[in-house]
Design a protein around this ligand. Structure first.
Ligand code: SME
Length: 161
């Protein structure tokens, strides 16, 4: 596919995801390199939604280690059960955090980030192998629609693993 995204600028969030996800699928299908695919997924999400930070942490030696991302520099390593990312890993559940101040143990990589979603990424045996993390500098942007589509995206990644 061409290396250019079509994103309907005036569309609502759901329509944007419905346009974006098949394009991401086309972009990653047939490319075996995981880092390349995670990098392009981060860039596509950043381009479509303009979030403060979006990217991946991947499980390495029983820690989450920073992977491909778009946005400011971030914490490099997160232990299981720590922060939103480590909790999503431990519980194997997506977590929507509308206000990071209200999430006990939230890890503030950037003081500009005020809300967050973390979605686990599973391998084919349903072990969590990484997380997709989205941070916003606004309180009113991230919601259950994002969780729904980011989980679909996570399942697309599982098919690559
Ligand atoms: N806030 C996350 C840490 C990662 S950064 O937001 C990029 C957490 O609490 O796990």
């Amino acid at each position: 596919m061409s290396e250019e995204l079509f994103i309907p600028i005036d569309a609502g969030k759901r329509e944007k995801y419905e346009s974006l996800l098949p394009q991401i699928e086309a972009l990653i299908t047939g490319e075996p390199n995981l880092i390349a695919n995670l990098a392009n997924i981060s860039a596509a999400l950043k381009e479509a939604f303009g979030w403060w930070w979006v990217g991946f942490y991947w499980v390495r030696n029983n820690e989450l280690v920073l992977g491909p991302f778009q946005g400011p520099i971030a914490c490099t390593r997160i232990k299981i059960g720590k922060g939103v990312c480590g909790t999503a890993w431990e519980t194997a559940q997506s977590i929507l955090v509308p206000d990071v101040e209200k999430f006990p143990g939230h890890i503030a990589c950037s003081s500009s980030s005020v809300s967050e979603i973390v979605v686990p990424v599973f391998d084919k045996s349903r072990q969590v192998v990484g997380v997709l993390d989205v941070d916003s500098e606004r309180y009113d942007v991230l919601d259950e629609t994002d969780v729904e589509f980011l989980e679909k995206l996570s399942e697309m990644i599982t098919l690559l693993l």
